[in-house]
Write a protein that binds this ligand. Sequence first.
Ligand SMILES: [Zn+2]
Length: 296
Amino acid sequence: MLEYINCNLCGSNNFKILFPVDSSTYIGRCKDCGLVFRNPRVLESEILREISLDRIICEHEKKAWFDSKIHLFKSNLKRLERYIPNKGRLLDLGCGYGIFLKMAKDRGWQVEGIEIAQSALRYAQEVLGLKVYGTTLKEVRFPDKYFDVVTLWEVLGQLYDPQGTLKEINRILKPEGLIALRLHNADFHVSLQLLLERLNHPEKKLGLLPTVFHNYNFSPLTIKLMLKEAGFQEIKIYVSEFTKGDPYGSAGIFGDKVMRLIKVILFYLSQIIYYISFKRWIIAPSFLVFARKPKE
Ligand SMILES: [Zn+2]
């Protein structure tokens, strides 16, 4: 079943369709605040059931977790530890197989995770011996001011109520606690998709899958607005490193090697533009965000 929704950031129903995702749902933009999201969408209860039964694997492909994301997790953890020098309690929301959590645990963090996909959940609990809950964040009911850090690596855009989730994270973080996110950049993916539509989809003939869209697709501007609305401050945004190789088969007939080369060129180009624009322009396909809960 499908539901029509208002904007999760500003509540408006002023929605401009940009392009179709399939025969019945669209990606569009809120005309009032600029948030890009899917509308209408399949009911959350139906999607949660499919994910928990491992019928939707997207981010849970083992190759992505065990190979392509390792260096990303390492560099994200390193950057995060610059913000919070004392290693305390860390929650990873949508922790998958628990690879990032295990890495943080080995460096002295007390870690907990949340993951609803059964196979990933079982691996994190049974093979890695981690404390991971197989339910949604709100259902766990963590105490107030419990965590020092909450991480969401490519997770926020897949949720049904990102604003409500950010407010819940703000509640369970200690004062001056840190939220860290990796997000796909809506500015990059929407521009590229609109260009491909105009060129009559050359990517389809080549088997390319260059763009990614989730329920919500944030730009640096819209995530800043939503984090502020949820009570965060000191928001910092960086160009994210890329996943290694081509774990999602986006390169079509060009294959892994060409994808690696494109990623290297795009990464350095994005970094140059980021620094010459005084850290204002992010042209990369994904970015990192760090923000803090205020002092009491
Ligand atoms: Zn809006």
